[in-house]
Design a protein around this ligand. Structure first.
Ligand code: RAM
Length: 916
């Protein structure tokens, strides 16, 4: 034993001599951990270098890929050889063409600047190719064969028994539906994804999911069952009570590829051999909820022992496969669960559960009752000032889960709906309620949590939690505006303003990449982008999509790809979206007359502050910004991003064109909306914010413009008055022009309109309006007031980028180059943030005591950073208790109030003295 241990120690020593100091970990394929069913022809591979040392840079890498994990060293699919490069993120696979359904194992080793030896090979990761092309679908689309109840449209069950006669090595199920599906094999649920196949512009893109179901199969006879719900496909959507937007009938398409240990294989498909009937789900829709009659459960319906002799046949349909795409982002999964904090009795004597958090998902509960007992759970976000559930803001959405019990004890939850709620009214339960019987389960796209942000200010911390909860609740396969009322649509403007903040809190690279493909396919021939994607307003409705764009909304098509490029270094998003981006830019160019976009419908600075006449707090009367002034600023913003995107992709002619256009747009702005000494026709915060953010005002006139902005804020007694489009840039503009003090005043304002007013009112998410609930606990405009609307949460981006100062830039997007420039203020004594980037953790933590500051930063291996340490001078700065010279850190510049250093990877502990 002892010898073994000595040998082990020796081996370990040897490995540190022969290998580079870094190890290689956290392998991702197309930004995901071991994805299966990927239909990307050239997947990109990413890894992290882990090292305890400072200044570690990769100098070369070597990748090997094989279809057999055991003999990965043979690298049968690809051997990159040693490639001299510091690239460790998004390295394209360079091997043989991928085969459908094939699993590819890969690993990588690297060389770094600390050693001439390579690292050890990384752990093995894999991806599995999807079906890759329409030609590889053998399954037939099947619809239930019985006559449907066309009013309630109960959920169909469909099933088939098949045999798998030999020992199974692997079984992969690829499946999708018209409507929503849940699949079972031999009585067990397939996978942990919900509300599948998710929501896309179904006519052009319908996602299928692939599940590894090897462990669910039995030797011999097996049964597969699928239940379907109306979902987004044919349930009602938007306000016009439209149904059947994509089709009238539910259908399923599934293909189970079985490989036996002897190498032979077979495929079980949906076809005419399946049977169909209805089950316990009597009704299910996104807005209205679900009616479940457990007396109608068909026990064992997805097992072989069940007799389906009274089931109907199915109808096959030739829908084809051309719109099928593999799931690219992680599907919706279950996440946090919560027990009720309180069981309340309302003034009307009703029972209401309070979960303490406005969240999105549903309730699972245990109940014991008599056959036929009816339990109704009604979901609301708020209680009114008397303590009664507030239903009005749901508009026509019923948001109810209704259960008819079979008797005895049962555990129940819905299947094909979701609710946005904090409170649940419980009707029909007799006897005392045991809170332990109820669990609220959250549902949202499975985005990895990447950001943490906390400060010494408890209210700001609650604001940050509200921002993150708003994101959880509204990132359900598409970015929605709200999750509770009869809307829940993919409003482009909301997603656009929030996208940068979203990328701090959670990993949203693939989430947006998937949605942007629908943005592109739904674009009108003239380049205009609809206001909601998927575009369910195309046919009808007050906001009926017409081939006209609106500033801040339609330009999600340009702004979000660019934000993803910056946040994740994902150049492919820009490549893939470029023609869509260019088409929308072209639309704006054509509708503009002499480079001025001054006609047509605009949402403008949507939901900006509207004055309450007679309100003593405010002297100023209006915060309304001319909608075309706003549009012109966004025209410039987009044009500048187009210039950058064209430059990135080497399209020099385009870049030159956009550069020249940008200058003309600014001139046109100045002629139309600005006096010669820089006053804007709208004397509002948003007007000055946008004009300054996008450099619309000549440089010499910017100081007076920032003064006017600050004056305006003071006139409103340190309140913001901005709407959806001004809000994201308000604090960034103040900081850029040296008025972070005023930005803190706004952030810390506790009365309406402000970010902390809702927090003070007990909000647990971001509200749609600054005063969705008024100080007297009455509600503003019930016909349009959601309590879970992330748009105003766009201040989160400034909080990370300014308070803790974490940012990246175009010299090294995706945190290949990090900037850390904290701007302490607002009386905060500490702030900390961390961000999980593709390279590893970026961190900035600071603590302030009197005029001393301690700043800890973490910079991942294989990246560099520019650190701005707040300090009165370089002499007052130390790292790890040593002078900068002793610590080997070189000062590369200074800015008033900062000492600037370029550093490599590692953890650094700075201390400094601040100017008085
Ligand atoms: C409402 C919502 C949504 C917004 C549109 C313009 O439906 O407030 O968030 O984007 O209007």
């Amino acid at each position: 034993m002892k010898q073994v241990r000595i040998l082990f120690v020796l081996l370990q020593l040897l490995s540190t001599w022969t290998f580079a100091q870094s190890s290689v970990q956290h392998l991702l394929t197309e930004n995901r951990v071991n994805p299966i069913g990927l239909d990307v022809a050239i997947p990109r591979l990413s890894w992290q270098l882990i090292s305890a040392r400072q200044n570690v840079q990769q100098t070369a890498y070597e990748i090997r890929v094989s279809t057999d994990a055991a003999s990965i060293a043979k690298a049968t699919s690809w051997q990159s050889g040693r490639v001299a490069s510091d690239q460790s993120v998004h390295v394209p696979y360079g091997g043989a063409a991928l085969q459908p359904g094939q699993r590819y194992f890969w690993q990588v080793r690297i060389w770094d600047n600390t050693s001439t030896k390579p690292s050890a090979w990384s752990p093995v990761a894999y991806w599995q190719a999807g079906l890759l092309s329409a030609a590889n679908w053998k399954a037939k689309w099947i619809e239930p064969g019985y006559v449907e109840d066309t009013v309630n449209r109960p959920s169909p069950l469909m099933r088939k028994v098949f045999s798998a006669p030999k020992k199974v090595r692997s079984a992969m199920l690829s499946i999708t539906a018209h409507g929503l599906y849940e699949a079972q094999i031999n009585g067990k649920r397939v996978g942990d994804a919900y509300l599948t196949p998710g929501w896309t512009s179904y006519n052009q893109h319908l996602q299928y999911q692939t599940y590894d179901v090897t462990s669910l199969l039995n030797p011999g006879q097996n049964a597969i069952g699928v239940s379907l719900g109306s979902g987004w496909y044919r349930g009602r959507l938007a306000w016009e009570k439209q149904k059947n937007i994509y089709g009238k009938n539910l259908a399923v398409l599934g293909q189970l590829a079985i490989t036996y240990t002897d190498g032979s294989s077979e495929t079980v498909i949906t076809d005419e051999s399946w049977k169909s009937t209805t089950g316990p789900v009597r009704f299910a829709e996104i807005y209205d909820g679900e009616i479940y009659d457990s007396r109608l459960e068909k026990a064992g319906w997805s097992t072989t022992g069940y007799s389906d002799s009274d089931w109907s046949g199915v109808t096959t349909k030739a829908f084809g496969y051309t719109n099928l795409v593999a799931n690219y982002n992680e599907p919706i999964r279950q996440h946090e669960t919560r027990k009720p904090l309180n069981v309340l009795t309302t003034p009307k004597g009703e029972t209401v559960l309070d979960f303490g958090q406005n969240l999105v998902g549903w309730l699972k509960f245990n109940v014991t009752g008599k056959a036929g007992d009816k339990i109704v759970l009604s979901h609301v976000e708020m209680l009114d000032k008397f303590g009664n559930p507030y239903f009005e803001n749901l508009r026509t959405a019923k948001a109810q889960a209704t259960y008819l019990l079979k008797g005895g004890s049962e555990t129940l939850e819905p299947h094909f709906t979701f609710f946005g709620f904090r409170y649940v009214q419980v009707q029909g339960l007799t006897g005392p309620i045991n809170p332990a019987d109820f669990t609220a389960i959250t549902l949202y796209s499975d985005m990895p949590k990447t950001g943490e942000f906390t400060t010494s200010n408890a209210l700001v911390n609650q604001l940050q939690r509200n921002i993150q909860w708003g994101q959880r609740g509204n990132f359900l396969d598409v970015p929605t505006d709200c999750p509770q009322r009869d809307e829940r649509l993919g409003w482009t403007g909301d997603a656009e303003v929030f996208s940068r903040t979203a990328a701090f809190n959670f990993g949203v690279n693939n989430f947006f990449a998937k949605w942007l493909k629908d943005v592109a396919v739904e674009q009108f021939p003239n380049g205009a982008v609809p206001f909601v994607i998927p575009d369910v307003l195309r046919e009808t409705g007050p906001f009926r999509s017409e081939p006209a764009g609106a500033a801040g909304w339609s330009d999600a098509s340009i702004i979000i790809p660019w934000n993803m490029y910056l946040s994740y270094g994902d150049r492919r998003i820009v490549e893939q979206q470029y023609s869509s981006m260019k088409a929308y830019e072209g639309y704006m160019e054509r509708v503009a007359k002499d480079d001025l976009w001054s006609e047509g419908f605009q949402f403008g600075d949507w939901l900006s502050y509207v004055t309450t006449e007679g309100s003593p707090a405010f002297e100023a009367k209006s915060a309304f910004t001319d909608v075309h002034l706003v549009a012109q600023c966004f025209f410039a913003y987009n044009t500048d991003l187009m210039r950058k995107a064209a430059t990135l992709l080497g399209k020099t002619e385009d870049a030159a064109h956009y550069m020249a256009l940008l200058e003309r747009i600014k001139k046109a702005f100045q002629n139309a909306y600005m006096t010669p000494n820089g006053r804007l026709i709208s004397d509002t915060q948003t007007a000055y914010v946008l004009a300054l953010q996008f450099d619309m005002i000549p440089e010499n006139l910017r100081p007076q413009a920032i003064n006017r902005l600050v004056e305006n804020i003071k006139k409103y007694k340190n309140h913001l008055t901005t709407g959806f489009l001004g809000t994201p840039f308000l604090c960034p503009v103040l900081s850029r022009f040296g008025r972070t003090d005023v930005a803190y005043d706004l952030l810390l304002q506790e009365t309406y309109p402000s970010w902390l007013y809702p927090v003070k009112m007990g909000a647990t998410t971001i509200w749609e309006r600054w005063d969705s609930m008024k100080p007297d606990s009455t509600f503003q405009s019930p016909s349009m007031t959601s309590f879970n609307h992330y748009a105003y949460g766009a201040v989160g981006d400034w909080m990370y980028r300014t308070i803790t100062g974490i940012d990246t830039d175009e010299t090294g997007p995706g945190y290949k180059h990090t900037i850390i420039k904290p701007q302490p203020g607002g009386g905060f004594t500490s702030a900390s943030a961390s961000l999980q980037t593709y390279y590893g953790t970026v961190r900035s933590n600071w603590k302030k005591e009197a005029d001393k500051l301690a700043l800890t930063v973490e910079v991942p291996a294989n990246t560099t950073a520019t650190i701005y340490v707040p300090a009165k001078n370089a002499e007052s700065v130390q790292e790890g208790g040593r002078s900068l010279v002793a610590a080997g850190v070189t000062v590369s510049g200074n800015e008033p109030g900062y000492v600037v250093m370029k550093i490599g990877s590692g953890v650094y502990n700075f201390t400094s003295a601040l100017a008085k």
